[in-house]
Design a protein around this ligand. Structure first.
Ligand code: BG6
Length: 492
């Protein structure tokens, strides 16, 4: 009998004609193949309702790779890779069609051991439940001797209720260890580096708590506006699009306790514990914990109603009620059409308790900042005070910096999907979201969604495109005697 590792592996991309497949999934698989990281003999089946011939589909994928610049280095390599791509037309919500998909897969396996199967749902989220049911109905969750896994993209649900329901449907077909829910932020090297920074160094962890940290700031700013995604975005808004997933993931990575074992569940347990410890947000009244904004001109975007109340910016203040973080505010902000694209985590330490030399006015007492730069200039900055030479005891903040491009000799940083697809193929679920995590994250933001859907709820602050968001977000910190910091993006 074939062992599981000797079996061939098949990736089935459901919704293969969409942008995600061309721009992310196929390029990631191509790069993994170039690095020799795919299971030998991997087959990729594109599946969608569009009428492609196999060659036509390969050509469509090749154009996508060319647009991304992926073919510059290796047309021959691409041709070899493209030989593993197949195409089948069908509607994944239709039981007879999915039975044909099952027969097609069985036909491919004929004469050898049944293959391992990874189903990647690259489809609109409202189709997830139906497609999961048809996969189950056709017996595809049970596998054909090998393993069977499913990748589900964000957004997983629209609120707590729908996420619980989706978990119930998915859980009725696949067991939890077969389900790989993606938040692509976890596939980013720099997000994983948060763990390396914290747990592979001894100098940070002793300071990583309420005794030394004054506040934590997480900024995910985007320069782009909603562009041609207005129709989708307006149904989502900033909380569903960014906060419930990417920002809370970053927060969990910063605030979690050290996982005690290499087992994936150990890390996932620690992250869920953080979410469970977050104090419910004060979403109404002033001073509350949340500020919302909409960039000027949003309501004129394609697909956006002229009276849309959708927020494109959010700033939040959160508290993690546990021994480590009691009283330390976590400030989060994210938005579209902001001054620049930057994602960073800033750990602002407490000011020195006493200094014997002049550092200016008491409110100017410097505090060290550790800035972890997620993107685009990946790296970290540690802001420390130094004596200016030949100026008595005058101090200035200097930057001990590390940039991926110089530190790692120009090694390119892989796309998040490379790491995530490789992990899903290898059965490593550490960087995927467990069902309870999804629900905890929705539980936290649900009151905010409800308050912001209420026309008489909290005020909407209009901000100028190209700015840093509404002034109210600055007041959120100012009322605590703090201000936003931004240490990434600077080269000293
Ligand atoms: C996606 C959101 O999940 O993340 C987009 O739907 C957003 O609106 C994107 O632009 C940001 O991802 P990244 O990797 O560019 O920071």
């Amino acid at each position: 009998m074939a062992t599981r590792t000797q079996r061939p592996t098949t990736v089935v991309i459901i919704g293969a004609s969409g942008d995600l497949t061309r721009r992310k999934l196929i390029p990631a698989l191509f790069h993994l193949g170039s690095k020799g990281r795919l299971p030998p003999g991997l087959r990729i089946i594109g599946y969608s309702r569009t009428d492609f011939s196999e060659d036509g589909f390969r050509e469509y994928m090749r154009e996508g790779a060319r647009e991304l610049g992926d073919l510059d280095a290796g047309q021959e390599e691409w041709d070899r890779f493209a030989g593993s791509i197949h195409y089948l037309r069908g509607d994944a919500s239709s039981p007879p069609d999915v039975e044909r998909l099952r027969d097609y897969l069985e036909e491919m396996d004929r004469g050898g051991p049944g293959s391992n199967r990874l189903f990647n749902l690259a489809i609109a989220p409202h189709l997830y439940e139906g497609v999961v049911r048809t996969l189950g109905g056709a017996g595809l969750a049970a596998g054909n001797g090998g393993w069977s896994r499913v990748i589900i993209e964000k957004p997983f649900g629209r609120d707590l209720r729908s996420a619980v329901e989706l978990n119930r449907v998915v859980g009725g077909v696949f067991s939890e260890d077969q389900v790989y829910r993606i938040d692509h932020y976890l596939g980013k090297e720099t997000v994983q580096n948060l763990m390396a920074l914290r747990f592979a160094n001894t100098i940070f962890e002793p300071l990583w708590n309420r005794n030394y940290v004054d506040n934590v700031q997480i900024t995910v700013a985007e320069e782009v506006a909603v562009g041609d995604r207005g129709g989708y975005y307006d149904q989502s808004g900033v909380v569903r699009d960014m906060v419930q997933n990417h920002l809370l993931q970053l927060l969990a990575m910063v605030a979690m306790e050290p996982p005690s074992a290499r087992h994936p569940e150990s890390l996932r347990d620690k992250k869920v514990e953080v979410l469970r410890s977050i104090r419910p947000l004060a979403v109404r009244g002033a001073p509350g914990d949340a500020v919302r904004g909409q960039y000027r001109g949003y309501t004129g975007e394609k697909g956006v109603p002229a009276d849309s109340p959708t927020a494109t910016y959010a700033a939040l203040r959160l508290f993690v009620d546990n021994w480590r973080w009691q009283g330390v505010p976590f400030y989060l902000r994210t938005g579209k059409a902001l001054a620049t694209k930057v994602s960073e985590v800033d750990i602002q330490f407490k000011a020195p308790p006493h200094v014997t030399f002049s550092l200016g006015a008491p409110e100017d007492l410097p505090s060290n900042i550790l800035a972890v730069c997620i993107q685009p200039d990946e790296g970290a900055h540690l802001m420390v005070e130094a004596k200016v030479p030949d100026q008595g005891m005058q101090m200035r903040t200097v930057d001990l910096e590390f940039h991926y491009d110089s530190a790692f000799g120009g090694m390119s940083i892989p796309e998040a999907y490379e790491r995530l697809l490789q992990d899903a193929l290898e059965g490593d679920s550490r960087l995927f979201i467990r069902s309870d995590h999804i629900e905890e994250a929705w539980r936290l933001v649900d009151p905010l969604l409800r308050a912001w859907e209420d026309p008489n709820g909290t005020p909407m602050h209009v901000y100028e495109p190209g700015s840093w968001g509404p002034a109210a977000a600055d007041h959120l910190l100012a009322q605590d005697g703090r201000r936003w910091v931004q240490a990434c993006g600077c080269h000293s």
